[in-house]
Design a protein around this ligand. Sequence first.
Ligand code: HEC
Length: 220
Amino acid sequence: MFRLVKYFLLVVFFLLVACGEKEPATLSYNFGTPVSEAIVEKWNIDVGPDGAGLPEGSGTAETGEPIYITKCALCHGEFGEGMGRFPGFVGTPEDLVDESPSKNVGSYWGYATTLWDYIYRAMPFGNAQSLSPDEVYGITAYILSLNNIIAEDEVMNATSLPQVKMPNRNGFITATGADIHAVVCMQNCVKDINITSRASESQASLSAKDKEKDIGNYHR
Ligand code: HEC
């Protein structure tokens, strides 16, 4: 008998819940307008390493060179050698075997498609996203040919660009597991740890003027 009452109450409970359920009210803060497809489209410009997202268009080093000279050379040098503190693009993976390695397009970048994405998205500095896909294919081809990765007349487009093999393509490893391999000391461990210097002290030893310069460097 008690069981029956229990089931009856359960059924009543579920009926009540079912009746009480209403459509959730649409939250509205009464400001802004719904984002349009056209706006989303403008932001949706990412290109994957495999070339997914590359638009139609094409270019060669020959079509890209004059555009590069007009729009890029003033900061990056006519031959991508870099100017002052603006980065250069030319190198080989040999540049990485150095105490202060130079990570540039030729020495470091794993995918030519990333170069396309970066230029289309962020350059020329101060006037980003002003270049057409054709111009970016040409400029990308020019930078790749400066690095002797492709020939001057090789056509770069959505099909050929992902096939370009960058010199450092296989220079990356996927890190798995712990990167600290020290064995935990359980007995006869070092008693006194001698700290020889602290970062804050080496900062303190700088003169006020040097400190300012040092901080300035980080902000450049
Ligand atoms: C006014 C100066 C200026 C102009 C003009 C300019 N750039 Fe840059 N470029 C920069 C600066 C500054 C950086 C570094 C940005 C950063 O690290 O955030 C940069 C970085 C780059 C990089 C990445 C380099 C690396 O290895 O990290 C590429 C590629 C590049 N620019 C291509 C171009 C191309 C192509 C053009 C012409 C369409 C161009 N830039 C025009 C200033 C400029």
